[in-house]
Unconditional design. Sequence first.
Length: 109
Amino acid sequence: MTPEAKAEARALGFDDTQSTLLKAAKAPGKEGQIRALREEAARKAAGPDNAISSETRIEAAKVAVRRLSLDELAGFTEWFDAFCAERRQRESGDATVKALDLPGWTMRI
């Protein structure tokens, strides 16, 4: 794993979790490893039955967004704006809604 990914693992409390570290190590590059660690942290925060409150999910999302690099934040902002625009169109009954083609971001909140 890259030094940056190792630091992220320590910050997320995964420095002693071998299965998570191995999964992250298989990801290509620093950003892939960090993303794998953050996704695992989100899964862990959600719990086994995903029955956590909206407030807890929102707080977990805020923490994840704060940890993004400026480039990741710009990409997320672009995706989120497009997501919101599509949702508004869908809710207004506009039949001309176009599918989003923004690879790399999946909303898992």
